[in-house]
Design a protein around this ligand. Structure first.
Ligand SMILES: *[C@@H]1O[C@H](CO)[C@@H](O)[C@H](O)[C@H]1NC(C)=O
Ligand SMILES: *[C@@H]1O[C@H](CO)[C@@H](O)[C@H](O)[C@H]1NC(C)=O
Length: 309
């Protein structure tokens, strides 16, 4: 309407100016023009969000309003024939003049939305506006893996991962409830620690584990929508390779057992006398290891049998 006043004031000026103003007035009065306050909307999941479709100019009282959702290039109706339809049904309403109010945003609402307004009687009878909606999703509790025990001087990697968050979460590690700086060299407290932290992948890698690296570790996943953490897990640091020693001892004991068993078998065949001879003699007739006992001479038999073992 203000342009119309301007065009009236232009009377008396050169004709070209008059024509320009009067044509502007004509277009604004008989054209559908839409505007939005935000074409790139971010919302938090489970919170309300309004997509604005403001009608700047229209001459019809009853324009036809439609909203479409375009996901992966496929359009579907959101508001059609004065009704909310599709998966936004019962979750959204249309607000004057043509705004779409989503009362409880869901992660599946992330898409492009197109507001279309048609006024058949207008000179320019149609306009549309495209709005992108991204719904932030809070991270769920991350899965953390912390080695229970590591040896001084070895390497160790702690991992933290979460898959629901949008935009993807960043990870922060804590030891005994104290936040680890991304770069240990920036802190006097963690200066001697050899870790490399990757806040995007959630990895915390110690190149050379030190005694001071022991403690209760947990990780926090965070994005713009919120943060969550995993339960603390203890990482113990040993001076010696306890497991290595255990296996060496186990191997030693096993070898000893084999040697002892072997010796005793030889003893049973009669070369030794640690077991009583009665038992050893009693077993002779039952022997069934395929040895032929050609001679009745016991001494001879024993000799052949032990030779095989
Ligand atoms: C939003 O939707 C979620 C899941 O559908 C539901 O748990 C929650 O209570 C709703 N919130 C509101 C404010 O309606
Ligand atoms: C780091 O190591 C140096 C040399 O071993 C030692 O003097 C210093 O106190 C250590 N700093 C911390 C914070 O442990």
């Amino acid at each position: 309407m203000s342009t119309c006043k301007h065009s009236k004031m232009a009377i008396g000026r050169p004709t070209a100016v008059f024509v320009l103003f009067s044509s502007l007035c004509y277009i604004t009065a008989f054209a559908v023009i839409l505007r939005t306050t935000n074409k790139d909307v971010w919302a938090n999941e489970f919170e309300p969000i309004e997509l604005t479709c403001l009608i700047e100019s229209i001459s019809t009282n009853n324009p036809r309003i439609e909203w479409k959702k375009i996901k992966n290039g496929v359009p579907s109706y959101v508001y059609f024939q004065s009704k909310i339809s599709g998966d936004l049904e019962h979750r959204a309403v249309l607000r004057e003049p043509a705004n779409l109010l989503i009362q409880n945003a869901s992660r599946s609402d992330s898409a492009l939305y197109r507001c279309e307004v048609a006024a058949i009687d207008d000179q320019k009878p149609f306009d549309e506006i495209l709005i992108s909606l991204a719904v932030r999703v809070k991270p769920v509790a991350p899965r953390c893996s912390v080695p229970e025990s590591v040896t001084v001087g070895s390497t160790a990697e702690l991992r933290c991962a979460e898959s629901q968050a949008f935009p993807p979460a960043h990870y922060q590690w804590y030891r005994n409830s104290e936040e680890l700086p991304e770069d240990p060299k920036t802190s006097t407290r963690f200066y001697n620690s050899s870790y490399i932290m990757n806040t995007e992948t959630g990895s915390l890698k110690f190149r050379i584990v030190k005694k001071e690296d022991a403690g209760e570790y947990y990780c926090q996943a965070r994005n713009e929508a919120g943060s969550t953490k995993c339960t603390p897990q203890l990482m113990e640091v040993y001076d010696l390779d306890i497991m290595g020693i255990f296996f060496k001892v186990l191997a030693g004991v096993t070898a000893l057992v084999f040697v002892t068993v072997g010796l005793c078998r030889i003893q049973k065949q009669g070369y030794c006398s640690c077991k009583d001879h009665g038992e050893s003699d009693y077993k002779v007739p039952q022997h069934s290891n395929g040895m032929e006992y050609v001679s009745a001479d016991e001494g001879h038999f024993r000799h052949k049998s032990s030779f095989v073992i």
